[in-house]
Design a protein around this ligand. Sequence first.
Ligand SMILES: Cc1cc2nc3c(=O)[nH]c(=O)nc-3n(C[C@H](O)[C@H](O)[C@H](O)COP(=O)(O)O)c2cc1C
Ligand SMILES: C=C(O[C@@H]1CC(C(=O)O)=C[C@@H](OP(=O)(O)O)[C@H]1O)C(=O)O
Length: 395
Amino acid sequence: MLRWMTAGESHGPELVVTIDGLPAGIEVSSEKIAAELARRRLGYGRGARMKFEADEVSFIGGVRHGYTLGSPVAVKIGNTEWPKWEKVMSADPVPAEELENLARNAPLRRPRPGHADLAGMQKYSHEDARQILERASARETAARVAGGAIAKAFLEQALGIEILSHITAIGSVSVKEGLRPAPGGLDEVDADPLRTVDPEASARMVAEVDRAKKDANTLGGVAEVIAYRVPPGLGSHVQWDRKLDTRIAAALMSIQSVKAVEIGDGLMQAHSFGSEAHDEMVPAEGGVHRVTDRAGGLEGGITTGQPLRASAAFKPISSLTRPLKTIDVDTGESTEAINQRSDVCAVPAGGVVAESMIGYVLAEAALEKFGGDNVRETERNAKSYLENLAVGIDE
Ligand SMILES: Cc1cc2nc3c(=O)[nH]c(=O)nc-3n(C[C@H](O)[C@H](O)[C@H](O)COP(=O)(O)O)c2cc1C
Ligand SMILES: C=C(O[C@@H]1CC(C(=O)O)=C[C@@H](OP(=O)(O)O)[C@H]1O)C(=O)O
């Protein structure tokens, strides 16, 4: 069983991710994790904090001399902004006179529509929205990506699986249908300001983000994750919570501001005739070949051996510099929502987070199927299974 969890506040001293259940022998390094975190900071439309926030990575358990031990892995990501927040976010009481003149300590009483502020204040009986936004903030995704880098390393080293993401829409601009990165195409995606593979759409997306920024507005969009070389047989049709599409949907939906998930071309399929919706099979040298890949590599909640594809749709950021209408929780009167520094568009970063979420889901499913207390054992088990498949596949 693979279990993982994060802790930490957006402006706290650090974030932590703990992963329990990974096999021994996975090669990992803080440099590789830092490189993944750097990818998460990228993307046209990110706010001021990304320019000066440097994620400081260190292992606090589960790794020795560059390899996992089989014990729980814990990774810490230091917030370089901490000195500015030390008093405001201190876990220990701070004398009132030291807090008095700190502007960032002022209680936040004008909740933002679309953020977790008001629902959280009501639920936890907090009078200051900071008690909520500190944890609701997508800063937490830095911890997810740190752990996701290890899950991805496991998948790559045991099974040769490669996970990529690319942006397929920003606001009303979409990439040309069917355009997606080929295996090994991540550098090309990351080199684009919007992490997209359609240069013409990318230019229009940049203009769209600029327009939103000028208009004191924000934008959402869609990120597609593709996993190459996923073996057939991960997940199961036998129970609702063992279906891999169930687990993928939950994992992607858990990302801050994701409001819809699509598996493969699921939306198109819903509007098509059956003759146009499925992936027909023809004989091939390896066994079977699929003429198309509309199902996104999943049938009956089980991977088919085709590339796994899933998309996450992000709503626009809810902190607008042109604030939305809200109520003042002190007076109950109409006012404008908290107006603070924010991203204009975070979808390119969201794609990197989505890769990590797919990484955790596939790592868990691969361990269920192949087991292994050492990564080489997982690899051997998978190889033997693939050699004995009833019907081979031809990607
Ligand atoms: C990478 C990333 C960056 C984000 N940056 C911001 C931001 O700067 N300002 C903001 O208000 N929301 C931002 N969000 C979205 C909020 O975190 C999210 O809307 C909030 O936690 C409420 O959750 P919900 O939208 O899922 O309901 C970001 C989301 C992601 C994935
Ligand atoms: C810090 C990150 O994203 C943050 C996500 C976020 C939110 O409300 O979700 C609000 C902003 O934080 P701050 O209010 O400190 O500027 C973003 O910068 C990050 O991704 O590392």
